[in-house]
Ligand binder design. Structure first.
Ligand SMILES: [Zn+2]
Length: 170
């Protein structure tokens, strides 16, 4: 057996997995494989590799498509949640600032009177403004941290952005 014969056999084995091999070539290959253990081994290897690849391709493609789709969907939901969360934080910040300013103003305006009524020392009025300013923000922050779920539903924030119709269309 010549090197050229082995080369031809290897070439035919490789091609037979991908394209059609002519009948005389197939017959020649059969007879070569019957006599040559080396090429027969190679043919066995190719056949099992081909079978493995085909089996994987058949079973994996629908599963892979489903997995990729669900991963994409999860990522989209994640991005939506991140966005609605940052909107929630911005809204909470505004509410906190407003209520802090309001309560600080109320304390500044009526703190002296309250201290007088409750017989508290006058020295409490000035630091009281700071406490009144901080307290609502602290309460809002604690409320946000305490709630594992967003206080405001995602659909509400989406509606605020006017994206509810867009979301329905997608
Ligand atoms: Zn051979």
């Amino acid at each position: 057996m010549t090197n050229r014969e082995h080369e031809r056999a290897i070439d035919l084995i490789t091609r037979s997995g991908v394209e059609d091999v002519s009948a005389p070539d197939a017959v020649w290959l059969e007879s070569h494989l019957a006599r040559c253990a080396e090429c027969a081994d190679y043919a066995d290897g190719c056949a099992s590799t081909g079978q493995l690849l085909r089996a994987v391709a058949v079973t994996a493609s629908p599963a892979l498509v489903a997995a990729t789709q669900s991963r994409l969907r999860a990522r989209a939901v994640e991005l939506d949640e991140q966005r609605s969360r940052s909107i929630l934080i911005a809204v909470s910040f505004c509410i906190g600032t407003l209520s802090s300013t309001m309560s600080a103003w109320l304390w500044w305006r009526f703190g002296g009177w309250v201290a007088q009524k409750l017989a508290l020392p006058a020295s409490i009025v000035e630091p009281g403004v700071f406490v009144a300013w901080m307290l609502p923000a602290v309460i809002v922050a604690v409320a946000i941290l305490a709630s594992s779920h967003p206080v405001i539903d995602r659909t509400v924030t989406m509606a605020w952005l006017g994206e509810d119709q867009e979301g329905a269309r997608q």
